[in-house]
Design a protein around this ligand. Structure first.
Ligand SMILES: Cc1cc2nc3c(=O)[nH]c(=O)nc-3n(C[C@H](O)[C@H](O)[C@H](O)COP(=O)(O)OP(=O)(O)OC[C@H]3O[C@@H](n4cnc5c(N)ncnc54)[C@H](O)[C@@H]3O)c2cc1C
Length: 63
């Protein structure tokens, strides 16, 4: 959703000419928000918590 204009993102109906659904626009907006937060944080940003034993239960890195 990042555009050629610095710090300007485009989402929803303005960038999709086929997938016209409100939930798709909302999802695009959420994805763009995570892109922006990741850019601000300098690393991939998750906006959810993970339980302390997530790595043990699910395997892999506990992020
Ligand atoms: C007839 C019709 C029926 C639909 N039915 C459904 C349905 O049943 N279910 C469903 O999920 N989706 C439906 N959709 C699709 C859904 O409406 C769109 O996917 C969704 O509204 C897109 O959201 P958006 O925020 O991207 O854009 P929009 O909802 O178009 O919002 C863009 C906003 O930006 C404003 N704007 C434009 N230019 C400027 C400017 N220069 N400055 C300030 N503001 C500006 C506009 O006035 C508008 O309020 C329908 C669409 C149409 C046309």
């Amino acid at each position: 959703m990042e555009t050629s204009v610095d710090d300007a993102y485009a989402t929803g109906a303005m960038v999709r000419d086929q997938e016209w659904q409100a939930v798709i626009s909302a999802g695009d907006g959420a994805a763009a928000a995570l892109n922006i937060l990741s850019k601000e944080e300098g690393e991939h940003f998750h906006d959810f918590d993970t339980p302390d034993d997530a790595a043990e239960v699910f395997g892999g890195a506990d992020e």
